[in-house]
Ligand binder design. Sequence first.
Ligand SMILES: C[S@@+](CC[C@H](N)C(=O)[O-])C[C@H]1O[C@@H](n2cnc3c(N)ncnc32)[C@H](O)[C@@H]1O
Length: 460
Amino acid sequence: MKKDQTIPVNKNEQHTVTIEDLTFEGMGVAKINGYPLFIEDALPGEKAEVKIHKTGKTYGYAKVMNRLTSSKDRVPLKNRSYTRAGIAPLQHMSYAAQLAFKKKQVANVMQRIARMPEVPVLDTMGMEEPWGYRNKAQVPVRKVEGLLTTGFFRKNSHDLIPMEDFYIQDPKIDEAIIAVRDIMREYGVKPYNEKDNTGNLRHIVVRRGYHTGEMMIVLVTRTAKLFPTSKIIPAIQEALPEVVSIVQNVNPRGTNVILGEEAIVLYGEDKYRDELMGNTFEISHRSFYQVNPLQTEKLYQTVLDFAAMTGEETVIDAYCGIGTITLALAKKAKEVYGIEIVEMAVEDAKRNAALNGVENVTYQLGAAEEVMLKWAEEERTADLLVVDPPRKGLEGQFIDAVLEMKPSKMVYVSCNPATLARDLALLAEGGYNVEKIQPVDLFPQTNHVESVTLLTRNEA
Ligand SMILES: C[S@@+](CC[C@H](N)C(=O)[O-])C[C@H]1O[C@@H](n2cnc3c(N)ncnc32)[C@H](O)[C@@H]1O
């Protein structure tokens, strides 16, 4: 829709529309005289009476008042709040349709952003049981009707929707949140009030090892003062025998960032254990660890399959976190160099290598873009480069370093198709062939798309 065109709808009007497409967030798209309306819980092909609730210059939002026809891809909702909270925005879509939607997301950006429609995008690898998969929950705590309450924020807001069962988390984690909430209520802990930055308990974070059952509880508070800890700690231990670590993380700032800088270990050590690809990992409360353990093994196996190593390779694993991919690579390579920016993750990574008796890995603390540039200038090289950056993708400087270093093979693990496509276009321009992309569903019921891409150097 052109900017100078008048908006063909008004707020609160009702219209009958047919859904034509889905946004990357999974919202239905219908058009009225070319003006796109984004509609929650609506699938392509469905006809519905909708009410306009927001209009902008180039698009608006509408709500389904009456669904007139249903798509064959529609399944019953578990709970409408999960869509509102953004926990399970695709819950109305059959799992097969979710997998197809994610494959299409990748194909779309490869066409639109990378301008490489010819690159094969394989079928998304899904889960057998796409619920109850998350090994970590970070649940906000607020006062609701006078009581310390846990739940989830309504999308784009900080209104707490009280919730006890999240469905996408390991059910043991849901139980643990309720148990900790009840203990906090019993001992009169004050819930955080962000309006005037008062109260104390901001978030309850629970992490649980899928293979070990070990649980870590993180109590995120505004001040370092906490409760009658002498009563709370034994109460948590009694209610949750799987708990091996209780950490208080202090975050005094008025911010959306969950964790603060200061940590006080209340019980055990700042770590719990889990296993991945036959290796054991100790994970501290600040370290990144993939949230879907079963699918993570499929993701890493895809990395190994794409890498097809002979045992002679020198490998760089950039953005390595606590070394989960690094150790999987180490079994098949001559040597692996991990790069990671979070100091505690590097400490975890080193300890984890020792714990598993792996000697052919070396970890470098620092920004991957700086370390890679330095290594390229020193004329160090690698046969294989594995990258697994955060959502913003690779820095320009990182790509420059890759093009100078020229590893013959690259495997790119991405959690954001848009930045992946941008980076693949630059790498292709710099002499890499983008061979294939394998989407892997790490986040069923959500619109997040993870993928693994194989690139080889075109020496011609
Ligand atoms: C998506 S995680 C991947 C971690 C690991 N490969 C895994 O599968 O568990 C991205 C990691 O990159 C790290 N990171 C973020 N920016 C970085 C940078 N500029 N340089 C190096 N590491 C960075 C984060 O701390 C995080 O551990």
